[in-house]
Structures are given as C-alpha cells and as structure tokens.
Ligand binder design. Structure first.
Ligand SMILES: [Zn+2]
Ligand SMILES: [Zn+2]
Length: 108
C-alpha cells in the first residue's frame, strides 16, 4: 500500500500562522484576543500593550492570567476540533483514495 502523502503536512498547517506558513503560532495578543506568530507580532501588534508567549502565559497563576489562559484554552480547543475534523476528512479521503486506487487496479 502506498503511503498517503498529504496527511502530515496538512495537520502541520493548523499549527502554522495563517499568514506566514514558515512560522508557528507562538504568541497571544490580549488586545486583539488573537493567536499569532512572531512576524504577525512585528507587523500587526507592535502597538499592542499585551502580547505574550503562550508558553509563558501557561506558567502564570494570577487571576488575570487564569482568565487569559482559559481564553487561550478555548482557542486551542477550537484548533483541536479543527484538527480532529481535518483528521476525519483526511481519513475518509484516504479511504476513498485507496478504494478508487483498488478499483483502478482491478480494471487493469
Ligand atoms: Zn504570522
Ligand atoms: Zn494585537
């Protein structure tokens, strides 16, 4: 059976910045309630007062940070859901692909 070529790269895209495919989403801008990458930060969030590293935020334990991290949690949950949907789609795509391939092989 041939390997399905696109599964891995497609899933990786979901962790990438939508605008900058070379960058991973690493930051959270509190002013925009938006996840972004380092380039986004430099381009769009220069004047924002609170742009934090996601990893850093998860370490905080104050009430503010708790609120913030639960927002991020929500966004990450959404991302996770998207990922699961994508995985499901890929799985059915793969099944379809293999079925069609089999059919073609049978016809030959
Ligand atoms: Zn970006
Ligand atoms: Zn911003």
């Amino acid at each position: 059976m041939e390997k399905w070529p696109i599964a891995k790269s497609t899933l990786a895209i979901l962790e990438q910045c939508g605008e900058h495919s070379d960058e991973k989403i690493k930051l959270f801008c509190e002013d925009h309630s938006q996840l972004c990458c380092h380039i986004c930060e430099a381009l769009h969030h220069r004047s924002c007062s609170k742009v934090n590293l996601i990893e850093e935020i998860n370490k905080y334990s104050t009430a503010d940070a708790h609120q913030l991290s639960s927002n991020i949690q929500k966004i990450q949950d959404e991302l996770k859901k998207l990922k699961e949907i994508a995985e499901g789609n890929l799985l059915s795509l793969e099944t379809t692909y293999q079925r069609i391939k089999k059919e073609i092989d049978t016809v030959r």
